[in-house]
Design a protein around this ligand. Structure first.
Ligand code: CA
Length: 117
């Protein structure tokens, strides 16, 4: 009887473990933007590929193959930063961001560079 109880406990423990299932959406789930970083996401609602920076200076997103790709933003540096949309034969467009943006409206898939202060 004692053996049976141990066996039952083991089966219950196994059942408990196997019910922890990784969500099917794990690959597209939001990646965490660490404190102190500015993060750009490929998709709205902080989905898809995420790039992050914490050092000051201009980042040319083409260096990461991310030109015209950003669709949401998290700013965990606690300040603000400037985004640039480079336009051919016209002055560049600039926009200042701080905080979280689950979508970028008319700037969706437009950002080419960011400048972190
Ligand atoms: Ca652009």
């Amino acid at each position: 009887m004692k053996l049976f109880k141990i066996g039952a406990a083991a089966v219950l423990a196994l059942a408990a473990t196997t019910t922890v299932v990784t969500p099917a959406t794990a690959e597209t789930a939001s990646q965490v933007c660490p404190s102190g970083y500015v993060c750009l996401y490929e998709h709205s609602d902080f989905g898809g590929r995420m790039l992050k920076w914490n050092l000051s200076g201009e980042k040319d997103l083409a260096d990461w193959g991310f030109r015209d790709k950003a669709s949401s933003i998290r700013d965990r540096r606690g300040g603000s930063f400037r985004a640039t949309n480079v336009l051919a034969a016209r002055p560049d467009q600039h926009k200042t961001y701080n905080g979280d943006y689950a979508s970028l409206g008319s700037w969706n898939d437009k950002i080419d560079k960011i400048l972190l202060p």
